[in-house]
Design a protein around this ligand. Structure first.
Ligand SMILES: C[N+](C)(C)CCCC[C@H](N)C(=O)O
Length: 288
């Protein structure tokens, strides 16, 4: 099995993640704190009080997990295409695979990466939702003191299966949307590239950016449900299951609930996925 795709997926995912982390920090702060007036105000305050480093808090754990998640995503995608079409990455410009094959390979990659992502994503969401300020002498410490402590506590309090809370919603979110991700990317690249040639850097950046936005917009409804399922179980159980979570969220908050956070998510998705695809393509061209 060609391994370059796994390694290229890992490195490119890490580069994208570093670029997107400042957006993620702003998103989390806006979602959980009331001291900021908006995106710009939040950025200015972080910069003033915490310098540029403030934007990169809590990045080590996602960097470690993206190694697994993105290498599975790209590695499985590319190797599934190899099985379906008998063409390697290098041959695919000359013999482009059909969109059906691209979609199927994307769905396979999305399905398998969702399982690897589930525990990491659960821990990220639990930590991001801790609104307590940093530990001060005298005040009770936050429930989770860091990613490892968080994982151990979930394991102890909710059992090993607790680490996979929300995994079904995550799988449903990612299986079709990773298909959309690769179809958008390939479609845009083909549109702007003369036949048989490699797409230019500008094309890869734009196609990657829009692939990120399109897939995140499609993923947002189940993203909201997934996050709610992951937070359920922290204290008492509120939802009987995914469907119950959907119905009661819509009943209480209207259909708009399915598009919470879509703006900042799209703003993050463009640079992250532009850089991810650019580095992925270039690494494979180098090694090819
Ligand atoms: C399919 N879905 C939109 C959920 C994710 C696609 C993954 C893209 C990239 N790792 C990122 O974090 O943006």
């Amino acid at each position: 099995m060609p391994v370059e795709e796994f390694v290229a997926g890992w490195i490119s995912g890490a580069l994208g993640l570093v670029l997107g982390h400042p957006f993620d920090t702003v998103k989390v702060r806006l979602q959980t704190q009331t001291t900021y007036r908006g995106i710009v105000d939040c950025m200015v305050k972080i910069y003033r009080h915490e310098s540029l480093l403030g934007f990169f808090k809590g990045m080590s754990f996602p960097i470690a997990s993206i190694a697994v998640v993105n290498s599975v995503l790209f590695g499985v995608y590319s190797n599934t295409l190899l099985v379906l079409t008998a063409t390697s990455h290098q041959e695919r410009r000359a013999q482009p695979p059909s969109y059906t094959h691209i979609f199927l390979a994307g769905c396979t990659g999305g399905f398998l990466q969702a399982y690897c992502l589930a525990p990491f994503d659960l821990i990220k969401v639990r930590l991001q939702n801790q609104t307590e300020p940093r530990a001060q002498p005298g005040s009770p410490p936050p429930r989770y003191q860091g990613p490892v402590h968080c994982a151990a506590s979930i394991f102890r309090e909710e059992g090993p299966r607790g680490l996979f809370r929300g995994a079904w919603a995550l799988t449903l979110r990612d299986t079709p949307t990773v298909g959309i991700y690769f179809i958008t990317y390939e479609g845009l690249c083909r549109q702007y590239t003369p036949e048989g040639q490699n797409p230019s850097s500008a094309t890869v950046l734009v196609a990657g950016g829009f692939a990120g936005i399109a897939s995140w917009v499609a993923a947002t409804p189940l993203d909201v449900i997934k996050s709610r399922m992951q937070m359920d179980g922290l204290r008492r159980r509120v939802y009987q299951g995914m469907l119950d979570c959907m119905v009661s969220s819509v009943r209480q908050e209207g259909l708009g609930v399915f598009f919470r956070g879509v703006t900042i998510n799209s703003a993050r998705a463009f640079p992250v996925n532009a850089v991810t695809f650019l580095s992925y393509e270039y690494l494979l061209r180098w090694w090819g």
